[in-house]
Design a protein around this ligand. Structure first.
Ligand code: MN
Length: 383
């Protein structure tokens, strides 16, 4: 019986993770849950899974928890709960940079992290991977593309020398067929309306700008120890191939499946075993064709900006991420145009003086600086 912590339990990853766990009640026991503020759903999850501890990050929402369970609150409380709870696996379903500190607290204390969050790796991938290596903690990807790559790599293939290239596939998001001339007037409702995946609002906007693929390139660089020159993005509107690996011998492996996050979540929990699931396979005779083509970088400048930040290394990816988080939040509030997102990020990156081999302090400082700088620019220029 493995003890599991689920952070972000009321978000789309968390809900799917609990659904998977509930099907394997002989193998997994939920010992702790965390939410941002959705106490109503948390109470239902407490009744069903009987965790030992819960944390509500939003402090005023935390007061509303009535169930008898050990309670934590706030960002500080979340890290404390992770340190206090004996567990084997932590499912990281928190979106954005707020996953970083709980993740760093978890790595020395659990055997495995099922990692759905990409922003923490973009900010501090070197620190995270080094800490995991030192502690013998497995970091298994839940992000569908990275799970696909992981599934394509036999243990002996997890070596930069065997891999010629990896192809991260992307559906192209909700704006694939919308002409660039209409981009200025894209509304938040249009941007979050993803054709293939049902996800949270932040990642849905990232998919619309294709910054999501850019962040995933950096995520793959850290997870698989590959230079970004070996990581390509390919548009695949059918979203059946979740990513591919081309090896040096000319062989290419792809992982395919329907768009259901329970597949990568379950694999990260049960690996190296495969277990039965209710997720349906692909009806190939109904699919008929699979298309692949190059992304349009003029239409989706965020992808190129992300490659640039990845190439610059140092604290640039961290600044990219922080500036993007602020820009997306401002867009969702209706404060800036859709086309303002890449413009402000590019300006912030241009103003940044990168710190080499950054420690955690440097990362946190650059993150704060980038948030401040983004807001400052947005208060002066009307994007
Ligand atoms: Mn993904």
């Amino acid at each position: 019986m493995r003890r599991v912590i689920v952070l972000g339990s009321t978000g789309s990853i968390g809900v799917n993770a609990l659904d998977v766990v509930s099907r394997f009640s002989d193998d997994f026991k939920v010992v702790a849950l965390s939410v941002n503020s959705n106490v109503t759903l948390l109470e239902k999850q407490i009744k069903k899974f009987r965790p030992e501890s819960v944390c509500v990050v939003n402090e005023s929402a935390a007061e509303k928890v009535k169930s008898k369970v050990r309670k934590y609150k706030g960002e500080e409380g979340l890290c404390r709960m992770v340190r206090d709870t004996k567990a084997d696996i932590l499912v990281m379903g928190i979106v954005g940079s707020s996953a970083l500190l709980p993740l760093l607290n978890a790595i020395p204390r659990v055997k495995r992290i099922a990692l759905a969050n990409k922003e923490a790796l973009v900010m501090a991938g070197d620190i995270i991977m080094e800490m995991a290596e030192r502690n013998g903690t497995e970091i298994l990807p839940v992000d569908s593309e990275h799970s696909a790559i992981f599934q394509c790599l036999a243990p002996g293939d997890r070596n930069e020398k065997c891999i010629k290239n990896i192809y991260l596939t992307g559906s192209g998001g909700p704006l694939l067929k919308v002409p660039r001339s209409k981009f200025r007037d894209i509304t938040p409702t249009q941007a979050v309306n993803h054709p293939k995946w049902k996800m949270g609002r932040k990642i849905s906007v990232d998919s619309a700008t294709m910054m999501n693929k850019g962040l995933e390139v950096i995520e793959a660089h850290h997870l698989f120890g590959l230079g970004v020159d070996k990581i390509s993005v390919v548009i695949h509107p059918e979203t059946i191939v979740h990513s591919m690996v081309e090896f040096i011998d000319g062989s290419t492996l792809a992982q395919m499946g329907t768009c259901d996050m329970r597949t990568p979540i379950q694999y990260a929990l049960t690996y190296p075993l495969r277990k039965a699931s209710s997720v349906k396979g692909i009806a190939f005779s109904e699919v008929k064709t699979l298309n692949f083509y190059k992304p349009d970088l003029k239409k989706f400048p965020c992808l190129e900006i992300a490659y640039g930040a990845a190439g610059s290394g140092r604290t640039y990816p961290c600044v990219l991420n922080a500036s993007n988080e602020i820009a997306v939040a401002e867009f969702l509030k209706g404060k800036i145009k859709f086309t303002g997102i890449p413009k402000v990020i590019e300006k912030v990156l241009g103003a940044h003086k990168g710190v080499g081999s950054p420690g955690l302090e440097d990362i946190l400082e650059s993150d704060e600086w980038a948030r401040r700088k983004t807001k400052e620019i947005l208060s002066v220029i009307n994007y």
